[in-house]
Ligand binder design. Sequence first.
Ligand code: S3P
Length: 422
Amino acid sequence: MTVLRLRVPGDKSLSHRALMFAALADGRSRLRGVLPSADVRSTAGVLAALGVDVATEWDDADEVIVVGRGVRGLQEPSTALDCGNSGTTTRLMAGIVAGHLMTATFTGDESLSRRPMRRVARPLAQMGARFVFARDDGLPMTICGGALRALSYASPTASAQVKSALLLAGLVGGVPVRVDEPQRSRDHTERLLAAQGATLVVDDDGVALEPGGRLAPLALRIPGDPSSAIFPLALALLLGRAVLVERVLVNPTRTGALRVLARMGAPVARLDETISGGEPVAELAVERVPGLRGTNIGGDEIPSLIDELPMLACLAARAEGETVISDATELRVKESDRIAAVVSNLRAIGADADERPDGLVVRGSPRPLAGRVTTHGDHRIAMAFGVLAALPGNDIAIDDRECVRVSYPGFWAQLAHVATSA
Ligand code: S3P
């Protein structure tokens, strides 16, 4: 069988961080493979509004140059900081702004404005930053940053955005910060800042940052996003095609979905694993499998696959038996309430699914699926159901195909390529 080779766009979490941390470095950073998506452009736009010399438009092939302003060198913005649809932009930049002597107002689109921001405001206020919310929670949110105090924080949720915001506030504000988490969230901030010369100590419960010193500029080639790779891999599995995705980030805090796929009867091979820019990178390959079976997904593995759950739930609709997803209440505060959105859309196309407070149950079946999917403007809902829509025999319409631009430009063309190549 011929193997279809694909490349997915650069990792979103790493792209945001590379731009931000380069802005805080001394000197010029050279970044390749930066994801050219709306979310990452929101980060570039916010950095530009804070006085950073950085492109706000680029392509996959372009090298993005960022001229760093030093650890506390950002300028007070003269306009609101528009974060678009991007939670990572808002929460990480909230930490960076909190460490500067400046006032800034964060705004965003309708979906982002509804998402919880008190989860970063509360600990940052304990450090001494002041917050003004236009409503109870969410955006617009104004931060008066400045002289911060040290913090030791036991985070109630495993959130890399909260953890990163606090570490960045400590770094910029020049005070020690410790963050403990109930489970380990993605650790790109720790890896990247350490590579730039920051002092971070990671132990079983969390991470501690000792401030001081400068950050070295970055020379990075950002690998493909595993949260994007899951979509062509899933389609290939459902179609029985052999596909290989080149140069994907395989950091263990991000690969929970690969372990779940193995349990479902679809092992994903990792080839040529190497370390690049302090992160493990590999080719991911799938071959034809006899069929998928349902599984239980929950507990400590949830943070390592949180963004992949919509796709895993849609795969479960095509698996034999029942799949139960638990301990995933965080899904309710993503770009949409993804528990409600996945279940209502699965039902809308004729699949068998039930909502639970902390997750969902899906009972798989091979029967054709048909109906209209309401994305709520959520890119991962559009893409997960897009995979089901690409299967022969299904007749599924997606109400908003454009929203994929926040994380995966070129998604629909790539999906069609997988669907049509024999
Ligand atoms: C992200 C962390 C996760 C994830 C999001 C990206 C990051 O969110 O869902 O897509 O880059 O730090 P939480 O920190 O809210 O868990």
